[in-house]
Design a protein around this ligand. Structure first.
Ligand SMILES: NC(=O)c1ccc[n+]([C@@H]2O[C@H](COP(=O)([O-])OP(=O)(O)OC[C@H]3O[C@@H](n4cnc5c(N)ncnc54)[C@H](O)[C@@H]3O)[C@@H](O)[C@H]2O)c1
Ligand SMILES: N[C@H](CO)Cc1c[nH]c[nH+]1
Ligand SMILES: [Zn+2]
Length: 435
């Protein structure tokens, strides 16, 4: 990896240095996704089977995995892995439980009570990636909050393996979260199935989950169509940005960069540091460490669009990071906590030398379904609230109507909406003098 110097770059070069590898989400993907969505909408399960054969190389007779099949696969899983799934689920539950949306009631005027009440979304669709690596941890990151929110129906889609079965660890994670409706379908076709419904897969109200460019584009397209489902957030190819000072450990920083580079060729990893010596040491470490990785080929492709950048100081690094809005931000700084107040755009932040991003990916308790491609400018990651709907409820007594009605009369007059106005004045005329 080349080491760049921020102060030597002009604006165009700076933009280029931090440009995310967007080739995968180009017009070819957009058009391909539109075609897949249309096929599934028109031909349902038949299209799902054909697309699965073509894109996943798998023949799937029965799209659904029954709860019995799920439990048999989970029971056959290595005991340590099953225990780790349960352990991780426990901490994810503990953290997410604290963040559930709560209802409240406020008397906004004498006799006027406004409430916020929270309901679970009726039917949610979870996408668990399994293209280049099955991600049981994602089943936990989506299944645990869905369960905490009390969603009555939880649907999960995941791509089949070449032999037409689901990854057993994904099934064990689904079992851990009590998910009964599991379907063997991946990519844009899975998103289409959960958005429109097919003979087998039910249409869902909101779709959740990360995925490659095809999945992310499919979520975008179905959610922007009229009457389409809601979606959580754009959670595409993984990213990490590390801000490190001279005291950081180059071995650890390189390991963190590679941990996200190995996700896919379109992942992006960035180091910002005020120490040229550290940047050079990290470059050496990355070269050394990547050699022994089983997914070295993938990681190397991701490194091609990744950067090591020397900034004049750490304040500049923080500014650059805030503009970039990374999915993950690691502060490998001596006084990491002191910098947090200056961070305002990042999906998830990891502090100090002993908090590898891997912990957040699996088992510290926070969610790993996070905004990518700069979406951290306007949203955080998945949380229980995303599986809930908050609606408001209000009641006014005659006294309350008398208290706030005149305000509505004045405002509706200003908007020339007289039917609105009369809905108040007709009542006021009858209730004058009532308690
Ligand atoms: N942002 C987050 O929160 C987050 C979390 C976890 C994973 N991720 C990302 O999720 C992604 C997972 O990607 P993946 O590919 O491993 O699995 P995936 O399950 O997202 O995608 C696999 C599917 O893509 C479809 N596909 C592949 N090539 C295609 C083509 N040429 N045409 C049409 N469809 C095609 C296939 O149907 C296949 O089933 C990675 O990029 C990873 O970085 C992001
Ligand atoms: N880093 C990914 C989110 O970008 C999540 C993940 C799952 N498994 C390993 N990592
Ligand atoms: Zn990861």
């Amino acid at each position: 990896m080349n080491v760049l110097t921020w102060d030597e770059l002009d604006d165009t070069q700076r933009a280029e240095a931090l440009r995310r590898g967007t080739a995968a989400a180009g017009p070819e993907v957009t058009a391909g996704v539109t075609d897949i969505l249309a096929q599934v909408r028109e031909r349902g399960d038949d299209a799902l089977r054909e697309l699965t054969a073509r894109l996943d190389g798998a023949t799937v007779a029965d799209l659904r995995v029954t709860p019995q099949e799920r439990d048999t696969a989970a029971a056959a899983l290595d005991a340590d892995l099953r225990a780790a799934i349960t352990e991780a689920a426990g901490r994810i539950r503990t953290f997410h439980e604290a963040g559930m949306q709560q209802g409240y009631a406020v008397e906004t005027a004498p006799g006027v009570v406004c409430e916020r009440v929270v309901r679970p979304i009726r039917r949610v669709g979870l996408y668990v990636p399994a293209g280049s690596a099955p991600l049981p941890s994602t089943a936990l990151m989506l299944g645990v909050p869905a369960q905490l929110a009390g969603c009555p129906e939880v649907v999960l889609c995941t791509p089949p393996r070449p032999d037409g079965t689901a990854d057993p660890a994904v099934l064990a994670a689904a079992a851990e979260c009590g998910i009964e409706q599991i379907y063997l379908v991946g990519g844009a076709q899975a998103i289409a199935a959960m958005a429109y419904g097919t003979e087998t897969v039910p249409a869902c109200d909101k779709l959740f989950g990360p995925g490659n460019a095809w999945v992310t584009e499919a979520k975008r397209q179905v959610s922007t169509a009229e009457g389409g489902p809601g979606i959580d957030l754009p959670a595409g190819p993984s990213e990490v940005l590390v801000i490190a000072d001279a005291g950081a450990d180059a071995e650890f920083v390189a390991a963190d960069l590679l941990s996200q580079a190995e996700h896919g060729p379109d992942s992006q990893v960035v180091l910002l540091t005020d120490s040229r010596a550290l940047a050079v040491a990290v470059a050496t470490q990355v070269e050394e460490q990547v050699e022994s990785l089983p997914r070295a080929d993938i990681a190397r492709k991701a490194l091609a669009s990744s950067r090591l950048v020397v900034t004049p100081d750490l304040a500049t690094a923080v500014e650059v990071s805030n503009d970039y809005a990374p999915e993950h931000l690691i502060l490998a700084l001596r006084d990491a906590s002191d910098w947090v107040p200056r961070i305002d755009r990042a999906g998830s932040v990891f502090l100090g030398d002993h908090t590898p991003e891997t912990l957040g990916d699996y088992c510290s308790g926070t969610n790993h379904v996070l905004p990518t491609a700069g979406a951290a400018r306007f949203t955080g990651g998945v949380n229980v609230g995303a599986f809930q709907i908050a609606m408001t409820v209000q009641r006014a007594t005659p006294q309350g109507l008398a208290a706030v009605g005149p305000c509505a009369v004045t405002l509706s007059e200003a908007e020339s909406l007289h039917a609105h106005q009369r809905a108040v004045t007709r009542r006021l005329a009858r209730t004058q003098g009532q308690p």
